[in-house]
Design a protein around this ligand. Structure first.
Ligand SMILES: Cc1cc2nc3c(=O)[nH]c(=O)nc-3n(C[C@H](O)[C@H](O)[C@H](O)COP(=O)(O)OP(=O)(O)OC[C@H]3O[C@@H](n4cnc5c(N)ncnc54)[C@H](O)[C@@H]3O)c2cc1C
Length: 359
């Protein structure tokens, strides 16, 4: 199948790709978004619990330092609320000894969008022509042709599921994932390929849990919900409740690597035991429990992402290049942003750059 007369093919329907699509549709440019998964959003993932949307991917934005996120949230008619941080914190040491410690407020303040982070993607989708978003479309090959590019969807070595031609491509996925899973013809330079592979995808090796409760037991005990543990499996926990009412939630990240999470079939039980050690027995009985291991997601993580990344890398366009093949392919995706790389804000920064440079 060939789709003709497209200006731009956007590869990846995460925030960066969807925002690029939104910017192109405002410019009345023709495009398709090729998204490998059966849903848009990428690392943004929220489930619907009776109208409350626990985030299993990103949940925070920082209004004081995220101008593009703020602008987008406001433009799309969304609102947010500040992370709950009132009360004391908890700390669990290597031996499982738990003590109450002084709580702290993050600075700059962290906010959560009402309706979960997925509300951003839902709203963006509503502004983009439905037919332009092609789900279940994993790109496996990009070939330079005389007047642009040909992009193949499907699996390498098999008959392509679909092929698209366009003048430009916006590569809106983590560069490491692109280098590891997409064939480029002609070859990319060795330096560029290495730079792409070495650029770790932020949080790709992490997992996130979300436990929901009818009552905020921890708040009633004077705790903020914030906790840190040296013991694990959880390393960092926060209050993840709805704005002014229930459900109330505890959510957070792990301090054990993906390989250990994969082996441990009783991980949920271990999490609940740890939550009850930190917050008391009621924490072991949530009304709902969600878990997402991003390291197992083939459209987010590669083998190089399996170890936990402890520090936030300094991101920049790979090998200093914002584009490939004289500008035919533009890099987008948060990990290619030189400001706020790895974060949602970086996804927007890189998409704006890609759209501007491909116009
Ligand atoms: C657990 C977790 C917590 C986080 N917390 C925060 C937070 O609180 N605040 C914050 O700012 N950031 C946070 N982040 C980071 C944030 O999620 C990312 O910066 C942002 O979502 C990146 O968007 P993106 O569009 O650049 O990439 P992605 O969201 O990764 O989108 C890439 C898209 O490309 C698709 N794709 C992959 N391969 C192919 C292919 N071959 N063909 C077609 N499509 C393909 C994927 O399915 C995906 O939809 C967190 C991330 C995680 C995982």
């Amino acid at each position: 199948m060939f789709t003709k007369d497209i200006d731009t093919i956007i590869i990846g329907g995460g925030l960066s790709g969807m925002y690029a699509a939104w910017l192109l549709s405002k410019k009345k440019r023709s495009f398709v978004v090729l998204e490998a998964r059966e849903r848009t959003g990428g690392r943004i993932l929220s489930f619907d619990h009776h109208g409350f949307f626990p985030d299993l991917g990103p949940s925070w934005y920082w209004p004081e330092i995220n101008p593009k996120m703020m602008h987008l949230i406001q433009t799309l008619g969304l609102t947010g609320y500040q992370q709950f941080e009132t009360g004391m914190g908890r700390f669990e040491n290597f031996n499982g000894f738990v003590q109450t410690v002084r709580g702290y407020s993050t600075s700059p303040a962290s906010w959560r969008p009402t309706g979960g982070m997925a509300a951003l993607i839902t709203k963006l989708s509503q502004t983009i022509p439905h037919a332009a978003i092609k789900l279940n479309s994993p790109v496996c090959e990009i070939e330079k042709k005389q007047n642009g590019v040909q992009v193949s969807v499907g699996e390498l070595e098999k008959e392509p599921q679909a092929q698209f031609r366009a003048g430009k491509v916006i590569l809106a996925l983590p560069p490491r994932l692109a280098a590891a899973t997409i064939l480029f013809t002609p070859d990319l330079s060795r330096d560029l390929t290495q730079a792409m592979l070495k650029m770790g995808t932020w949080m790709a090796g992490q997992a996130k849990f979300f436990a929901l409760y009818e009552e905020p037991y921890w708040r009633q005990a004077g705790l903020s919900g914030q906790a840190f543990s040296q013991r694990g499996p959880l390393g960092e926990i926060h209050d993840g409740s709805n704005k002014d009412s229930g459900p109330y939630g505890l959510t957070g990240f792990f301090n054990i690597p993906a390989a250990q999470r994969n082996r441990d079939q009783s991980l949920t039980k271990a999490i609940l035991v740890q939550l009850s050690a930190i917050y008391g027995n009621p924490a072991a009985q949530p009304i709902n429990f969600y878990y997402q291991d991003w390291a197992r997601e083939k459209f987010t993580a590669t083998q190089f992402d399996q170890p936990l990344m402890r520090e936030h890398p300094v991101y920049q366009p790979p090998a200093g290049q914002t584009a490939i093949w004289d500008g035919i392919i533009q890099f987008a995706g948060s990990e290619t942003a030189s400001q706020y790389g790895g974060y949602l804000e970086g996804a927007l920064v890189s998409a704006e750059r890609a759209v501007m440079q491909s116009s």
